[in-house]
Design a protein around this ligand. Structure first.
Ligand SMILES: [Zn+2]
Length: 234
């Protein structure tokens, strides 16, 4: 990942020209989640006229964003192929997953992946909607992950462990840890996304208080990072 203008992004991801993505840090937007300021960021200004957002509820509802709805709806994944519309997902430890299906007019998605959303199969549901609504084949989908809490910092109780695959649950010294990124990777692959089309992130939100907000570290009052993707017009 590269850091520029206090925004993290994956260089050379995705392969589609005209698709812009990024993950904000504490320094990107002054105070709070700053979503209202996001369209003013240098790399987005003049290219996007609407930032879609959701009232995130750790569920598995997928919403199509075309700029027509102003009030945030409940849901945890946004999909769109409308140029000039930015999709945003707010996180502080949960894993942001961005998708892009390259084609003449690319279709993109932003997914909020905590343990509840992953347990509810939000990734598979988003892939199904990309196929059903936009005729996007999962074999063409490119995925990338943003900063999230890593498994060794993410201890869970035994009541949460059951629905997750053995690869996603790590046990050490009688404690149980969940690997959100591994679970997301497994679900992407189960949905037909090729392993070579999945780009991982390397940062832990809890371990880097300079750069990231962390719910586990700072509690519910902490700020949120804004993770975004969109298709530019023209
Ligand atoms: Zn950590």
């Amino acid at each position: 990942m590269t850091l520029s203008d206090d925004i993290l992004s994956h260089s050379a991801w995705p392969s589609s020209p005209g698709v812009i993505h990024g993950f904000t840090t504490k320094a990107t937007l002054a105070g709070g989640d700053g979503l209202d300021q996001i369209l003013g960021l240098p790399r987005l200004r003049g290219r996007f006229h609407h930032a879609g957002r959701l009232k995130q509820v750790h569920g598995c509802e997928v919403r199509v964003e075309d700029g027509g709805v102003v009030e945030p709806r409940t849901g945890d994944a946004l999909v769109s192929d409308t140029p000039g519309i930015l999709l945003t997902i707010a996180t502080a430890d949960c894993l942001p997953v961005l998708l892009c299906a390259p084609r003449e007019r690319p279709v993109v998605a932003a997914i909020h992946c905590g343990w509840r959303g992953l347990r509810a199969q939000i990734i598979g549901k988003t892939l199904q909607d990309l196929s059903r609504l936009f005729a996007a084949d999962a074999r063409d989908v490119q995925a990338c992950f943003g900063p999230a809490i890593e498994s060794r910092c993410y201890e869970i109780g035994p009541e949460i462990e059951t629905p997750f695959g053995a690869r996603s649950v790590v046990k050490a010294d009688g404690r149980i840890f969940l690997d959100l990124a591994m679970e997301a990777q497994c679900q992407l692959q189960a949905g037909g996304v090729a392993p070579r089309n999945i780009t991982q992130a390397t940062w832990c939100t809890k371990c880097d208080p300079e750069r990231f907000y962390s719910y586990r570290r700072d509690g519910p009052g902490t700020g949120r990072m804004i993770n975004f993707i969109g298709v530019t017009p023209g």
